[in-house]
Structure formats: structure tokens, C-alpha cells
Design a protein around this ligand. Structure first.
Ligand code: C2E
Ligand code: CA
Ligand code: CA
Length: 540
């Protein structure tokens, strides 16, 4: 080891001072012949034994020197260890250990460094905020380790695409890339390219996996200072996420208002779900043959503080995006089951599950648990699953349908005719009912084409031995036509809109008074035929 390397910083200065002092003392000693004088003195005073003493002092000095060198070597390796530990700690603070990409902190510090170097605060970079689509599903499918591998593969792909730019992992499956504008041609094209790169199938633990990506982009024109870049790219990403899988969006100032409006509504929804303010209303299902009431479909209703109702399609979609759908759905099902216990035993309860719930393998189990808890017989429950949800994930759908069937719950295929399911998919899944979508029933009396479609669906149902329900029957003519074509059950404003739980006993009584016979006869106004005024969202 080079002795000089032992000395660093203050140690080096000290060593230099000591050496310089030594040289000065040595020169002075030479000048004054100190050695000759000393030996003369020692020879003159042999009896004092001073030579032994001086030899002893020299030996101690030599040992002290050796000791200091050894301590210095030790100190140096200690300093090195400490430095490595410090480097590691600051690396960990600035990076994601899984993907080894920079993290959010690294990115903010990088942006802060950018800020002063840009002219008049104009950013020199473009930000791309990325969120993976379908990552949760891949994680469920592959397990935690497989999910990690997906993230590492996506990170590698992004790093390969932008080797000299900042590619940061911001959270679970979120990434932000800051690209220097000098190397960027078109932000829009780059965003689409990113979607393409991420969507390429990957092989993880021997299985082929595909994830998608939504991308939000903020360019220097959008921001006053560079620190807004990732924030605005995030806002654009938020909007992209809500436009469906693999969407890309450029930031637009109008998005800020949209996002804050959504955030407010999401907050209100969170409170409403927690307080069970979202309640089921019930719409009757009628036996087409004899006009008798056979059951009710539970339809969720959310009345806001201003008295207005927010449509269920809006708040159900929001609940899905905000991760509230399981809690909301369980709350509505619990309330609906309790209500159904008050009705005559032969009346069924139909309940909708949303498409995202169908990617939850525990869905069947959760429903069965609520039945056990409330005491409603599984034979009285019918779960409505939309056709489009099943097309999205037939395998998971099959598993959930089989859990529910085994427990005795019936399954209806909702909105049939709109979800592009293939006959082979239908063959794989076993259903108890097909609900013909409202769009085929509306105006069917004047439209031979719609009648032919309805007829084909009814034939399919008969062939498979499955019950059929026509949705959205609004006029006696539609009722008569559906009945004549052989549809088993019907639902629609002609019979009644969905009603609040307190109205149901009276509604059941009015059906029992066989008011229903009027459905077929009355060709006058649907308002007169219905036992209650018709407004799908408002109570009277
Ligand atoms: P859906 O399952 O197809 O429900 C039937 C919709 O048609 C209901 O709308 C109902 O009010 C409406 N409707 C019934 N009869 C007629 C009619 O004669 N004419 C017309 N024009 N419409 C009729 P609503 O209550 O607004 O619900 C819309 C959708 O929201 C539902 O469609 C369902 O997909 C979803 N939804 C409602 N409640 C829930 C729920 O508790 N959970 C889930 N996951 N989705 C729900
Ligand atoms: Ca339904
Ligand atoms: Ca429907």
C-alpha cells in the first residue's frame, strides 16, 4: 500500500505540518552540530547512562510511528466503509430498489435543478406520466413475484427507449419520464409509442402476459415553471385513465376543473358509501303469461344533498375507478336482502354486479357470505352480469358463476345483444336467464328488424333451455308483442319504475289486486297503466 494514500484531508495537512517541522528541526540541528555535541556530552557523562535513555526514547518513537501507521490504515478502511454506507443510503433514498429506477424524490430534485437553468422559467423537458392498465389482474394471475417481474420488464423497456433521460417509478404501477426536448420529435407520437412498447406481450415465468398503459403528457407550453410538469402530466393521465385502456392525453387547462370536480364528487361518494346513503330501489319483474309479479331488480339510487339523483351509471363507474365498488356493492346487497326478507317468499331479488367486480375472484364468496348473514335464501337471489363484462374475462367469469351456482344462486346475462359475446363463449358459461337489452325492445312494434333480433334471442334462449326477460317495456303494444313472441318475463316503466323500499308493500298489494290484467288491455297511456308515476330516478 502506498503510504501517501493513507493520508487524507486533515490527516494529510497534519502529516505535512509534522514533516515540515521535523525537517526544520533537522536542518537547525545540522546547523548547530547537535549530534556531535550530544555524543560529546554523553561521553563526558558516561556515568549518567544517558545513552541508554536516549536509545529507549528512540525505540518508543519508532514504535509510536508504527502504531500510528497501523491506526491510519484502520481509520482509512473505516472511512471507506462509512462512505459506501452513505452512498448506499442516498442511492436507496433516490431510487426504487425493485426496478433500480430513480424514484419520485430523485425526479423532484432533478426538476429543481432544472428550474434555474431555464430561460424565463420555460421548461426544457416534456413529462410523460404512465399508469399500467390491467396490472392488478396480471398481479392476481402471476402472484406477487410475477407482478414484480412485470414491473421490472416494463422498466427495462422504458429505460431502453430513453437511455439518457429520467425514467422514474413514482408508485406501484406508475412511472414518469422527463424527456429533454432536444431529443423529442413529437410528444403525441411518443406517448402512443410508449403505449405500444408497454403493450407488447411479455413472457413471465413461462406464461404470456399483456399489460396496457395510459399516458398523460405535459409539454413546456403548458407550464409556468418546470415543477408543474409532472403534476400536469398526472392530470392528463387521470383523464386518459377515464377514457379507457391504452389512452393517451395531452394536458389541457380545462382538465384542471374537470379533475377538481371529479375529486369533489369522489369525496362525496366516499362519504355516501360509508354512511350507506346509497340505497336500492326496486323495479318489478312480471310473468308475461299471467301478468303476475315474480320479483324485483335492485337498482342503486344516490340522492345528493340538493335533492337531485346522480344516475347510477355515473356513480357506479366512479366507484369502480375510486376503488369503492366492493364496499358500495356489499352495502346495497345487504340492504336489498334485508328488504327482500319482508316480501312474500316466492318473490325473487335480482342484483347487478359491475364489470370490474368480475375480476375479483372472491366475489362469489362475498355474496354468499352476505346471504348467510342476512338470512335470505340463495334460491331467491339472481345475480345479473352484463354480457360485456363476461366477454372481457370469460375464465374468471366462469369461476365466479360456478361458485354462485353451487350455492344455489341464479345467474342472468344482462343487456344481452350489446356485448358481442360469441356463441362459443355462451356455450362455456351456464346461465339461468338472458335479459334482452332495452335497445331491442324500444320501438320494436314499429321496427321489423328489431323484432327479428328479439325473435332470434328468444329462440336461442329456448334452444339452451334458458328463461328470457325483456327489459324496458314501456307500452302495452310492446308488452303484447313480447308476450306473443314467447318471452317469459318482462320489466319496464309500463309496469313500474324502480321504487323506494317503503313503497314496495303497497306495490306488491296493487299487483295482487290483479291490476296487471290492465297491461294487456289498456292501449291508452302508459302513465295510466302504471301503478305509480314513472320517473326512473326520482321518488314521488
Ligand atoms: P340495467 O341493469 O340494465 O338496469 C335497467 C335500467 O333500465 C335501470 O336504469 C332502469 O331504471 C331502466 N329502465 C327500466 N325500465 C325501463 C323502461 O321501461 N324504459 C327505460 N328507458 N328505462 C328503463 P338505472 O336504474 O338508471 O340503472 C342504469 C344501470 O346502472 C343499470 O342498468 C345497471 O347497469 C347499473 N346499476 C344500477 N344499479 C346498480 C347496482 O346496484 N350495482 C351495479 N353494479 N350496477 C347498477
Ligand atoms: Ca340489470
Ligand atoms: Ca339491463
Amino acid at each position: 500500500m502506498n503510504l501517501f494514500n493513507l493520508f487524507e484531508g486533515k490527516a494529510r495537512t497534519d502529516a505535512f505540518l509534522v514533516a515540515a517541522t521535523g525537517v526544520i528541526v533537522w536542518i537547525v540541528a545540522l546547523q548547530f552540530d547537535v549530534w556531535d555535541r550530544l555524543t560529546e556530552f554523553l561521553e563526558g557523562h558516561e556515568a549518567w547512562q544517558l545513552d541508554e535513555l536516549i536509545l529507549g526514547v528512540l525505540c518508543v518513537g519508532f514504535c509510536g510511528f508504527a502504531y500510528s501507521v497501523r491506526r491510519l490504515i484502520e481509520l482509512r478502511s473505516e472511512v471507506r466503509r462509512r462512505r459506501t454506507a452513505e452512498d448506499n443510503a442516498s442511492w436507496i433514498a433516490m431510487h426504487d430498489p425493485l426496478t433500480r429506477l430513480p424514484n419520485r424524490r430523485f425526479m423532484s430534485e432533478f426538476i429543481q435543478q432544472l428550474a434555474p437553468s431555464t430561460a424565463e422559467g420555460k421548461a426544457s423537458h416534456t413529462a410523460f406520466a404512465i399508469d399500467l392498465d390491467g396490472f392488478k389482474k396480471a398481479n392476481d394471475l402471476l402472484g406477487h413475484h410475477g407482478g414484480d417481474m412485470v414491473l421490472i420488464e416494463v422498466s427495462d423497456r422504458l429505460r431502453r427507449k430513453f437511455p439518457s433521460d429520467v425514467v422514474a417509478r413514482i408508485g406501484g404501477d406508475e412511472f414518469t419520464i422527463l424527456v429533454d426536448n432536444q431529443s423529442l420529435q413529437s410528444p403525441v407520437a411518443t406517448a402512443q409509442e410508449l403505449v405500444g412498447i408497454i403493450s407488447e406481450p411479455m413472457i413471465i415465468e413461462g406464461r404470456q402476459v399483456e399489460v396496457g398503459a395510459s399516458v398523460g403528457v405535459a409539454t413546456p407550453e403548458h407550464v409556468v415553471n418546470p415543477e408543474q410538469l409532472p403534476e400536469y402530466a398526472d392530470v392528463a393521465l387521470y383523464v386518459a385513465k377515464r377514457s379507457g385502456r391504452n389512452s393517451t392525453k395531452m394536458f389541457d387547462p380545462a382538465m384542471l376543473e374537470y379533475v377538481s370536480g371529479r375529486a369533489k364528487m369522489e369525496q362525496a361518494l366516499r362519504v355516501a358509501v360509508r354512511n350507506h346513503d346509497i340505497v336500492p330501489y326496486f323495479q318489478p319483474l312480471i310473468d308475461m303469461e299471467d301478468g303476475k309479479l315474480v320479483g324485483f331488480e335492485a337498482l342503486a339510487r344516490w340522492q345528493r344533498d340538493n335533492g337531485e339523483f346522480t344516475p347510477p351509471d355515473v356513480f357506479i363507474a366512479l366507484a369502480e375507478q375510486a376503488g369503492l365498488i366492493i364496499e358500495l356493492s356489499e352495502s346495497i346487497l345487504r340492504q336489498a336482502c334485508k328488504a327482500a326478507l319482508e316480501w312474500p317468499n316466492h318473490l325473487t331479488l335480482a342484483f347487478n354486479v359491475s364489470p370490474t367486480q368480475l375480476s375479483d375472484r372472491r366475489l362469489g364468496l362475498r355474496i354468499i357470505e352476505i346471504l348467510a348473514e342476512t338470512g335470505l335464501s340463495p334460491q331467491r337471489l339472481e345475480i345479473e352480469i352484463t354480457e360485456s363484462a363476461l366477454v372481457r374475462d370469460t375464465e374468471m367469469g366462469m369461476a365466479i358463476v360456478s361458485d354462485l351456482h353451487n350455492a344455489g344462486v341464479r345467474i342472468a346475462l344482462d343487456d344481452f345483444g350489446t356485448g358481442f359475446s360469441s356463441l362459443s363463449q355462451l356455450g362455456k358459461l351456464s346461465f339461468d336467464k338472458i335479459k334482452i337489452d332495452r335497445s331491442f325492445v324500444t320501438d320494436c312494434e314499429h321496427d321489423p328488424k328489431r323484432q327479428k333480433i328479439v325473435n332470434a334471442i328468444l329462440n336461442l334462449g329456448r334452444g339452451l333451455g334458458i328463461e328470457t326477460t325483456a327489459e324496458g317495456i314501456e307500452t302495452p303494444a310492446q308488452y303484447a308483442l313480447m308476450k306473443q313472441m314467447g318471452c317469459d318475463t318482462g320489466q319496464g316503466y309500463l309496469f313500474s319504475a324502480a321504487r323506494a323500499v317503503d313503497d314496495i308493500p303497497e306495490l306488491i298489494a296493487s299487483f295482487e289486486r290483479s291490476q296487471i290484467r290492465a297491461w294487456g288491455r289498456s292501449h291508452s297511456s302508459r302513465m295510466r297503466a302504471a301503478p305509480f308515476p314513472l320517473n326512473p330516478l326520482k321518488a314521488t
